[in-house]
Write a protein that binds this ligand. Structure first.
Ligand code: GTP
Ligand code: MG
Length: 208
């Protein structure tokens, strides 16, 4: 999977939202993904829109990312995320138990808003560079993801590779949900010495 800033080919539009408790690193993740920078200084977000072109599954995508304000228990679900979001990134910080607990509240609001428990979701345990301050165990994230049939990654926004992986995994889940990609679990597939030949799309398949 590759990413680029510009593309001349017609791109498929996908909209994703990044949500989570305040100060977990949502903006850092979005800025790392879209601009490959890491903001050391904390500035609380009201709401920002970003975008990036990605090439995946032999197609070009224009991924629009909504970087939301930090969500607390009684925060109203953002209107901008109330419709036509294709997938969500739910972020907590591994050094902040409250932020992990907040994921459940946000998840419930997403399900209530969309009336759907099968929306593509990637749960992200951010700040895993802060190993000595960890209070949320990796297994807890795995368990939560299993419960919601979501994907789970632990990352640090300080590393670009892992951040890109978050959006690649989410895009894959989105395309699987739209029937554009087969749900083969490549993440857990054993590594073969030589890569298998890529599988062409079925003829006549409409990609939207
Ligand atoms: N050590 C470490 N610090 C991080 C990481 N990601 C973000 N930070 C820092 O955590 C602070 C908060 O990051 P933001 O990205 O602004 O957090 P946010 O979730 O967008 O916060 P709100 O917009 O208020 O909801 C900043 O000082 C970042 O530099 C990370 O992976 N590791
Ligand atoms: Mg922010």
């Amino acid at each position: 999977m590759t990413t680029s800033l510009h593309s001349n080919r017609q791109s498929l539009n996908r909209k994703v939202a990044v949500m989570g408790y305040p100060h977990v690193g949502k903006s850092a993740i979005v800025l790392r993904f879209t601009q490959n920078v890491f903001p050391e200084r904390y500035e609380s977000t009201i709401e920002d829109q970003h975008s990036k072109y990605m090439t995946a599954f032999q197609r070009d995508y224009h991924v629009r990312v909504t970087d939301t304000a930090g969500q607390q228990e009684y925060t109203v679900f953002p209107r901008s995320c109330s419709f036509d979001i294709n997938g969500f990134v739910l972020v907590y910080a591994i050094d902040d138990r409250k932020s992990f607990e907040m994921c459940t509240s946000i998840y419930e609001k997403i399900v209530k808003t969309y009336g759907d428990t099968s929306l593509p979701i990637v749960i992200v345990g951010n700040k895993n560079d802060l190993t000595t301050q960890r209070v949320v165990q990796h297994a807890e994230g795995t368990q939560l993801a299993k419960k919601w049939n979501a994907k789970f990654l632990e990352i640090t926004a300080k590393e670009s590779n892992r951040v890109s992986e978050v959006f690649e995994v989410l895009l894959r889940e989105i395309e699987i949900s739209r029937g554009n990609v087969l749900p083969t679990d490549r993440q857990n597939a054993p590594k073969s010495p030589s890569p298998a030949p890529s599988r062409p799309d079925p003829k006549g398949c409409i990609i939207s």
